[in-house]
Write a protein that binds this ligand. Structure first.
Ligand code: LRH
Ligand code: MN
Ligand code: MN
Length: 423
Protein backbone atom coordinates (compact mmCIF):
# COMPACT_ATOMS: atom_id res chain seq x y z
CA UNK A 1 0.00 0.00 0.00
CA UNK A 2 1.27 3.45 -0.88
CA UNK A 3 -0.34 6.82 -0.29
CA UNK A 4 0.23 9.46 -2.93
CA UNK A 5 0.64 13.22 -2.64
CA UNK A 6 -2.75 13.91 -4.18
CA UNK A 7 -4.61 11.91 -1.53
CA UNK A 8 -2.85 13.91 1.16
CA UNK A 9 -3.51 17.23 -0.55
CA UNK A 10 -7.23 16.35 -0.78
CA UNK A 11 -7.24 15.40 2.87
CA UNK A 12 -5.46 18.62 3.89
CA UNK A 13 -7.90 20.85 2.00
CA UNK A 14 -10.59 20.77 4.70
CA UNK A 15 -8.16 21.63 7.48
CA UNK A 16 -6.16 24.28 5.69
CA UNK A 17 -8.09 27.46 6.52
CA UNK A 18 -8.17 26.82 10.24
CA UNK A 19 -4.53 25.77 10.21
CA UNK A 20 -3.39 28.99 8.54
CA UNK A 21 -5.36 31.07 11.05
CA UNK A 22 -3.69 29.24 13.92
CA UNK A 23 -0.29 29.78 12.34
CA UNK A 24 -0.82 33.52 11.99
CA UNK A 25 -1.78 33.93 15.62
CA UNK A 26 1.12 31.75 16.83
CA UNK A 27 3.61 33.72 14.70
CA UNK A 28 2.47 36.93 16.40
CA UNK A 29 3.33 35.50 19.82
CA UNK A 30 6.72 33.87 19.09
CA UNK A 31 9.55 35.56 17.27
CA UNK A 32 11.53 32.45 16.25
CA UNK A 33 8.63 30.45 14.90
CA UNK A 34 10.11 30.19 11.37
CA UNK A 35 13.33 28.71 12.74
CA UNK A 36 11.43 26.14 14.79
CA UNK A 37 9.28 25.12 11.81
CA UNK A 38 12.42 24.79 9.73
CA UNK A 39 14.22 22.61 12.29
CA UNK A 40 11.21 20.36 12.77
CA UNK A 41 10.61 20.03 9.03
CA UNK A 42 14.17 18.72 8.64
CA UNK A 43 13.96 16.34 11.59
CA UNK A 44 13.66 12.58 11.13
CA UNK A 45 13.40 9.66 13.50
CA UNK A 46 14.27 6.08 12.60
CA UNK A 47 11.52 3.48 12.88
CA UNK A 48 12.45 0.13 14.46
CA UNK A 49 11.81 -2.80 12.16
CA UNK A 50 10.63 -4.77 15.19
CA UNK A 51 7.72 -2.50 16.04
CA UNK A 52 5.60 -2.70 12.91
CA UNK A 53 3.52 -5.65 14.01
CA UNK A 54 1.47 -6.24 17.12
CA UNK A 55 3.68 -6.21 20.17
CA UNK A 56 3.05 -8.70 22.88
CA UNK A 57 3.80 -9.45 26.46
CA UNK A 58 5.13 -12.79 27.58
CA UNK A 59 1.54 -13.66 28.45
CA UNK A 60 0.05 -13.20 25.04
CA UNK A 61 -0.18 -11.42 21.74
CA UNK A 62 -3.19 -10.08 19.88
CA UNK A 63 -2.92 -9.56 16.14
CA UNK A 64 -4.17 -6.60 14.10
CA UNK A 65 -4.43 -8.02 10.66
CA UNK A 66 -2.51 -6.72 7.69
CA UNK A 67 0.81 -6.92 9.53
CA UNK A 68 3.93 -6.93 7.35
CA UNK A 69 5.22 -10.47 6.97
CA UNK A 70 8.56 -9.61 5.37
CA UNK A 71 11.09 -6.81 5.27
CA UNK A 72 9.76 -5.35 2.00
CA UNK A 73 6.33 -4.95 3.57
CA UNK A 74 7.87 -3.42 6.68
CA UNK A 75 9.56 -0.83 4.49
CA UNK A 76 6.21 -0.14 2.84
CA UNK A 77 4.66 0.48 6.24
CA UNK A 78 7.43 2.90 7.14
CA UNK A 79 6.79 4.51 3.75
CA UNK A 80 3.18 5.07 4.85
CA UNK A 81 4.27 6.62 8.14
CA UNK A 82 6.79 8.80 6.35
CA UNK A 83 4.36 9.96 3.68
CA UNK A 84 1.96 11.10 6.38
CA UNK A 85 4.44 12.58 8.87
CA UNK A 86 7.46 13.41 6.69
CA UNK A 87 9.56 12.63 9.75
CA UNK A 88 10.38 8.94 9.43
CA UNK A 89 12.79 8.52 6.54
CA UNK A 90 14.87 5.72 8.09
CA UNK A 91 14.60 2.20 9.44
CA UNK A 92 16.61 0.56 12.22
CA UNK A 93 16.97 -3.16 11.48
CA UNK A 94 17.23 -5.93 14.05
CA UNK A 95 19.15 -9.03 12.99
CA UNK A 96 18.17 -11.86 12.69
CA UNK A 97 14.55 -10.70 12.92
CA UNK A 98 14.97 -8.83 9.63
CA UNK A 99 17.79 -10.28 7.61
CA UNK A 100 18.10 -8.54 4.24
CA UNK A 101 18.39 -11.71 2.17
CA UNK A 102 18.82 -9.79 -1.06
CA UNK A 103 20.56 -6.58 0.00
CA UNK A 104 20.41 -4.97 -3.44
CA UNK A 105 16.68 -5.55 -3.78
CA UNK A 106 16.01 -4.27 -0.26
CA UNK A 107 18.16 -1.25 -0.89
CA UNK A 108 16.30 -0.48 -4.11
CA UNK A 109 12.94 -0.90 -2.40
CA UNK A 110 13.99 1.42 0.42
CA UNK A 111 15.30 3.96 -2.04
CA UNK A 112 12.06 3.98 -4.00
CA UNK A 113 10.27 4.80 -0.75
CA UNK A 114 12.79 7.42 0.36
CA UNK A 115 13.96 5.34 3.31
CA UNK A 116 17.54 5.10 4.60
CA UNK A 117 19.16 2.54 6.86
CA UNK A 118 19.86 3.81 10.33
CA UNK A 119 21.62 1.81 13.06
CA UNK A 120 21.78 -1.97 12.72
CA UNK A 121 20.93 -3.96 15.87
CA UNK A 122 22.48 -7.29 16.76
CA UNK A 123 20.74 -9.91 18.83
CA UNK A 124 22.63 -12.17 21.21
CA UNK A 125 19.80 -12.25 23.72
CA UNK A 126 17.96 -15.09 22.00
CA UNK A 127 19.24 -18.39 20.70
CA UNK A 128 18.73 -18.70 16.97
CA UNK A 129 17.89 -21.82 15.03
CA UNK A 130 20.93 -23.85 14.11
CA UNK A 131 23.18 -21.90 16.47
CA UNK A 132 25.95 -24.00 17.99
CA UNK A 133 26.27 -22.46 21.45
CA UNK A 134 23.58 -21.11 23.75
CA UNK A 135 23.39 -17.59 25.19
CA UNK A 136 21.60 -18.86 28.27
CA UNK A 137 24.50 -17.67 30.42
CA UNK A 138 25.46 -14.64 28.41
CA UNK A 139 27.06 -13.75 25.10
CA UNK A 140 29.94 -11.26 24.91
CA UNK A 141 30.62 -11.77 28.63
CA UNK A 142 30.35 -15.55 28.60
CA UNK A 143 32.81 -17.64 30.60
CA UNK A 144 33.35 -19.88 27.55
CA UNK A 145 35.44 -18.32 24.79
CA UNK A 146 33.59 -20.34 22.13
CA UNK A 147 30.32 -18.62 23.05
CA UNK A 148 31.97 -15.22 23.03
CA UNK A 149 33.48 -15.94 19.62
CA UNK A 150 30.09 -16.90 18.25
CA UNK A 151 28.54 -13.66 19.57
CA UNK A 152 31.42 -11.62 18.14
CA UNK A 153 31.00 -13.33 14.76
CA UNK A 154 27.27 -12.51 14.80
CA UNK A 155 27.98 -8.83 15.44
CA UNK A 156 30.53 -8.77 12.62
CA UNK A 157 27.96 -10.29 10.31
CA UNK A 158 25.44 -7.62 11.32
CA UNK A 159 28.00 -4.97 10.40
CA UNK A 160 28.45 -6.67 7.02
CA UNK A 161 24.70 -6.68 6.41
CA UNK A 162 24.68 -2.98 7.29
CA UNK A 163 27.55 -2.19 4.96
CA UNK A 164 25.66 -3.81 2.10
CA UNK A 165 22.65 -1.61 2.83
CA UNK A 166 24.47 1.66 3.44
CA UNK A 167 23.94 1.81 7.21
CA UNK A 168 26.60 3.64 9.23
CA UNK A 169 26.20 2.33 12.77
CA UNK A 170 25.74 -0.69 14.98
CA UNK A 171 23.82 -0.69 18.24
CA UNK A 172 24.74 -3.36 20.74
CA UNK A 173 22.43 -4.17 23.59
CA UNK A 174 23.39 -7.08 25.81
CA UNK A 175 21.04 -9.05 27.99
CA UNK A 176 24.17 -10.43 29.69
CA UNK A 177 24.11 -10.51 33.45
CA UNK A 178 23.07 -12.73 36.31
CA UNK A 179 19.93 -13.66 38.15
CA UNK A 180 21.51 -14.75 41.41
CA UNK A 181 24.28 -13.44 43.67
CA UNK A 182 27.44 -15.43 43.18
CA UNK A 183 26.48 -16.57 39.68
CA UNK A 184 28.84 -14.20 37.90
CA UNK A 185 32.20 -12.69 38.62
CA UNK A 186 31.44 -9.02 37.85
CA UNK A 187 34.99 -8.07 36.95
CA UNK A 188 35.64 -11.07 34.75
CA UNK A 189 32.31 -10.50 32.97
CA UNK A 190 33.22 -6.87 32.34
CA UNK A 191 36.69 -7.73 31.01
CA UNK A 192 35.29 -10.48 28.75
CA UNK A 193 32.73 -8.03 27.41
CA UNK A 194 35.35 -5.41 26.75
CA UNK A 195 37.63 -7.79 24.87
CA UNK A 196 34.70 -9.12 22.80
CA UNK A 197 33.67 -5.54 22.00
CA UNK A 198 37.23 -4.77 20.92
CA UNK A 199 37.04 -7.52 18.32
CA UNK A 200 33.73 -6.18 17.01
CA UNK A 201 35.07 -2.63 17.02
CA UNK A 202 38.05 -3.75 14.94
CA UNK A 203 35.58 -4.89 12.26
CA UNK A 204 33.83 -1.51 12.13
CA UNK A 205 34.35 0.48 8.91
CA UNK A 206 36.10 3.77 9.59
CA UNK A 207 32.99 5.87 8.88
CA UNK A 208 30.78 3.83 11.23
CA UNK A 209 29.77 4.42 14.83
CA UNK A 210 29.24 1.86 17.56
CA UNK A 211 26.47 2.58 20.07
CA UNK A 212 26.52 0.82 23.43
CA UNK A 213 23.12 0.58 25.09
CA UNK A 214 22.78 0.08 28.84
CA UNK A 215 20.00 -1.27 30.99
CA UNK A 216 19.85 -1.78 34.79
CA UNK A 217 17.77 -4.94 34.82
CA UNK A 218 15.73 -7.33 32.67
CA UNK A 219 16.05 -10.02 31.54
CA UNK A 220 18.57 -10.48 34.33
CA UNK A 221 17.29 -9.38 37.70
CA UNK A 222 20.34 -9.42 39.92
CA UNK A 223 22.99 -7.81 37.72
CA UNK A 224 23.44 -6.59 34.17
CA UNK A 225 26.96 -6.38 32.76
CA UNK A 226 26.26 -3.01 31.12
CA UNK A 227 23.93 -1.68 33.76
CA UNK A 228 24.28 2.08 33.41
CA UNK A 229 25.62 4.99 31.35
CA UNK A 230 28.85 4.98 33.34
CA UNK A 231 29.64 1.41 32.34
CA UNK A 232 28.68 2.09 28.73
CA UNK A 233 30.83 5.22 28.74
CA UNK A 234 33.83 3.32 30.16
CA UNK A 235 33.54 0.66 27.49
CA UNK A 236 33.12 3.22 24.71
CA UNK A 237 36.13 5.18 25.94
CA UNK A 238 38.25 2.03 25.99
CA UNK A 239 37.20 1.14 22.46
CA UNK A 240 37.98 4.42 20.75
CA UNK A 241 36.60 7.44 18.96
CA UNK A 242 33.92 5.63 17.00
CA UNK A 243 32.18 4.28 20.10
CA UNK A 244 29.41 6.12 21.96
CA UNK A 245 26.77 5.61 24.62
CA UNK A 246 23.16 5.10 23.59
CA UNK A 247 20.38 6.22 25.92
CA UNK A 248 17.14 4.23 25.87
CA UNK A 249 14.60 6.17 27.92
CA UNK A 250 13.13 3.00 29.42
CA UNK A 251 16.48 1.73 30.67
CA UNK A 252 16.65 3.60 33.96
CA UNK A 253 15.58 2.98 37.50
CA UNK A 254 12.46 4.96 38.50
CA UNK A 255 13.00 8.71 38.90
CA UNK A 256 16.47 8.75 37.35
CA UNK A 257 17.31 12.22 36.08
CA UNK A 258 17.78 11.28 32.43
CA UNK A 259 18.18 14.87 31.24
CA UNK A 260 21.17 15.18 33.55
CA UNK A 261 22.72 12.05 32.02
CA UNK A 262 22.15 13.50 28.54
CA UNK A 263 23.86 16.75 29.50
CA UNK A 264 26.81 14.95 31.10
CA UNK A 265 27.36 12.68 28.11
CA UNK A 266 27.18 15.61 25.70
CA UNK A 267 29.73 17.53 27.76
CA UNK A 268 32.16 14.81 26.76
CA UNK A 269 30.85 14.32 23.21
CA UNK A 270 29.75 10.79 24.10
CA UNK A 271 26.02 10.77 23.40
CA UNK A 272 25.66 8.65 20.27
CA UNK A 273 22.01 7.83 20.05
CA UNK A 274 18.57 7.64 21.54
CA UNK A 275 15.86 5.04 21.87
CA UNK A 276 12.62 6.88 22.55
CA UNK A 277 9.75 5.35 24.48
CA UNK A 278 7.95 6.04 27.75
CA UNK A 279 7.35 4.13 30.93
CA UNK A 280 5.47 4.13 34.17
CA UNK A 281 7.42 1.36 35.87
CA UNK A 282 10.41 -0.04 33.98
CA UNK A 283 11.22 -0.79 30.36
CA UNK A 284 7.53 -0.56 29.51
CA UNK A 285 8.14 0.54 25.92
CA UNK A 286 4.98 2.64 25.90
CA UNK A 287 4.42 5.23 23.18
CA UNK A 288 6.64 8.24 23.61
CA UNK A 289 5.30 11.05 25.78
CA UNK A 290 2.29 9.28 27.24
CA UNK A 291 3.51 9.23 30.83
CA UNK A 292 6.19 11.89 31.32
CA UNK A 293 5.98 14.54 28.60
CA UNK A 294 7.64 17.14 30.86
CA UNK A 295 10.65 14.88 31.34
CA UNK A 296 10.89 14.46 27.58
CA UNK A 297 10.79 18.23 27.17
CA UNK A 298 13.58 18.66 29.74
CA UNK A 299 15.63 16.05 27.88
CA UNK A 300 15.15 17.99 24.65
CA UNK A 301 16.12 21.16 26.46
CA UNK A 302 19.51 19.54 27.17
CA UNK A 303 19.74 18.18 23.64
CA UNK A 304 19.02 21.59 22.11
CA UNK A 305 21.53 23.26 24.42
CA UNK A 306 24.08 20.53 23.71
CA UNK A 307 23.67 20.81 19.94
CA UNK A 308 23.91 24.60 20.06
CA UNK A 309 26.88 24.70 22.45
CA UNK A 310 28.92 21.90 21.05
CA UNK A 311 32.52 22.45 22.09
CA UNK A 312 32.88 18.71 22.74
CA UNK A 313 31.94 17.87 19.15
CA UNK A 314 29.12 15.57 20.12
CA UNK A 315 27.75 14.15 16.86
CA UNK A 316 24.07 14.76 16.14
CA UNK A 317 22.60 11.81 18.03
CA UNK A 318 20.97 8.98 16.09
CA UNK A 319 17.25 9.30 16.82
CA UNK A 320 15.30 6.09 17.05
CA UNK A 321 12.00 4.94 18.44
CA UNK A 322 12.09 1.77 20.51
CA UNK A 323 8.53 1.19 21.57
CA UNK A 324 6.24 -1.79 21.35
CA UNK A 325 2.51 -1.96 21.71
CA UNK A 326 -0.03 -4.65 22.27
CA UNK A 327 -3.24 -2.65 22.01
CA UNK A 328 -2.87 0.11 19.45
CA UNK A 329 -2.52 -0.16 15.71
CA UNK A 330 1.29 -0.25 15.42
CA UNK A 331 1.38 2.38 12.68
CA UNK A 332 -0.90 4.77 14.53
CA UNK A 333 1.17 4.19 17.62
CA UNK A 334 4.41 5.07 15.84
CA UNK A 335 2.81 8.20 14.40
CA UNK A 336 1.80 9.22 17.92
CA UNK A 337 5.36 8.62 19.14
CA UNK A 338 6.76 10.76 16.34
CA UNK A 339 4.35 13.56 17.21
CA UNK A 340 5.30 13.38 20.88
CA UNK A 341 9.02 13.56 20.10
CA UNK A 342 8.55 16.51 17.78
CA UNK A 343 6.28 18.22 20.28
CA UNK A 344 8.98 18.03 22.95
CA UNK A 345 11.63 19.16 20.46
CA UNK A 346 9.58 22.12 19.21
CA UNK A 347 8.81 23.24 22.76
CA UNK A 348 12.49 23.01 23.70
CA UNK A 349 13.35 25.11 20.66
CA UNK A 350 10.96 27.78 21.94
CA UNK A 351 12.89 28.20 25.18
CA UNK A 352 14.42 31.64 25.40
CA UNK A 353 18.01 30.45 25.94
CA UNK A 354 19.40 33.92 26.61
CA UNK A 355 16.80 34.69 29.23
CA UNK A 356 17.36 31.26 30.79
CA UNK A 357 21.09 31.82 31.00
CA UNK A 358 20.62 35.17 32.63
CA UNK A 359 18.15 33.72 35.16
CA UNK A 360 20.65 30.97 35.93
CA UNK A 361 23.55 33.40 36.32
CA UNK A 362 21.43 35.49 38.69
CA UNK A 363 20.25 32.42 40.55
CA UNK A 364 16.70 33.49 39.81
CA UNK A 365 15.09 30.11 40.30
CA UNK A 366 11.53 31.31 39.85
CA UNK A 367 12.31 33.04 36.55
CA UNK A 368 14.19 29.98 35.25
CA UNK A 369 11.15 27.83 35.96
CA UNK A 370 8.83 30.36 34.30
CA UNK A 371 10.94 30.35 31.15
CA UNK A 372 10.88 26.57 30.90
CA UNK A 373 7.21 26.27 31.69
CA UNK A 374 6.19 29.06 29.30
CA UNK A 375 7.78 27.07 26.50
CA UNK A 376 6.36 23.75 27.73
CA UNK A 377 2.85 25.17 27.96
CA UNK A 378 2.88 26.50 24.40
CA UNK A 379 0.65 24.55 22.05
CA UNK A 380 2.96 23.52 19.20
CA UNK A 381 0.50 21.40 17.21
CA UNK A 382 0.35 24.10 14.55
CA UNK A 383 4.16 24.20 14.24
CA UNK A 384 4.27 20.45 13.67
CA UNK A 385 1.44 20.63 11.15
CA UNK A 386 3.12 23.46 9.23
CA UNK A 387 6.42 21.55 9.18
CA UNK A 388 4.63 18.56 7.67
CA UNK A 389 2.65 20.68 5.25
CA UNK A 390 5.79 22.25 3.82
CA UNK A 391 7.03 18.75 2.98
CA UNK A 392 3.66 17.66 1.50
CA UNK A 393 2.77 15.67 4.60
CA UNK A 394 -0.58 15.52 6.36
CA UNK A 395 -1.81 18.31 8.63
CA UNK A 396 -3.22 15.63 10.95
CA UNK A 397 -1.51 12.27 10.21
CA UNK A 398 -3.67 10.10 12.47
CA UNK A 399 -6.86 11.52 11.00
CA UNK A 400 -5.45 11.03 7.51
CA UNK A 401 -4.48 7.42 8.34
CA UNK A 402 -8.06 6.79 9.42
CA UNK A 403 -9.75 8.69 6.59
CA UNK A 404 -7.68 6.82 4.03
CA UNK A 405 -8.56 3.54 5.79
CA UNK A 406 -4.96 2.41 5.73
CA UNK A 407 -5.41 -0.55 8.08
CA UNK A 408 -8.36 -1.91 6.07
CA UNK A 409 -6.33 -1.58 2.90
CA UNK A 410 -3.46 -3.48 4.49
CA UNK A 411 -5.80 -6.22 5.68
CA UNK A 412 -7.22 -6.51 2.17
CA UNK A 413 -3.71 -6.78 0.78
CA UNK A 414 -2.09 -9.07 3.35
CA UNK A 415 -4.95 -10.83 5.07
CA UNK A 416 -6.16 -10.87 8.65
CA UNK A 417 -3.71 -13.43 9.94
CA UNK A 418 -0.33 -12.09 8.80
CA UNK A 419 2.16 -11.52 11.60
CA UNK A 420 5.38 -9.57 11.78
CA UNK A 421 8.70 -10.54 13.35
CA UNK A 422 9.80 -8.48 16.30
CA UNK A 423 9.15 -8.20 19.99
C1 LRH B 1 16.25 -3.97 25.06
C2 LRH B 1 16.00 -3.09 23.87
C3 LRH B 1 17.19 -3.11 22.92
C4 LRH B 1 16.78 -4.17 21.95
C5 LRH B 1 15.31 -3.84 21.78
C6 LRH B 1 14.49 -4.86 21.10
O1 LRH B 1 15.29 -3.79 26.06
O2 LRH B 1 15.68 -1.81 24.26
O3 LRH B 1 17.31 -1.88 22.26
O4 LRH B 1 17.51 -4.19 20.81
O5 LRH B 1 14.91 -3.59 23.11
MN1 MN C 1 16.42 -0.03 23.21
MN1 MN D 1 14.40 -1.78 26.05
Amino acid sequence: MQIDKKQIATFNKNLLVEHKENLTSLSKKHKNIEQVIDTISNYNIAIPSWALGAGGTRFGKFGFGGEPSNLEQKLEDIGVINTLTKSANAVSLHIPWDIPKDAEAIKAKAKSLGIQFDAMNSNTFQDQEGQEHSYKFGSLCHTDKKVRDQAVAHNKQVIDYGVALGSKSLTIWLADGSNFPGQLNFRRAFENTLSSLKEIYAHLPSDWKLFIEYKPYEPNFYSMVIQDWGTSHMLAKDLGEQAYTLVDLGHHLPNTNIEHIVATLMTRGMLGGFHFNDSKYGDDDLSVGVIKPYQLFLIFNELVFGMENNSSNNPIPAWMIDASHNLKDPLEDLIQSIEAIETAYAKALLIDQEALESAQLNNDVVEAQRILQDAFNTDVKTILAEARLRNDGAIDPILAFRNLEVRNELIKERGLKSTATGL
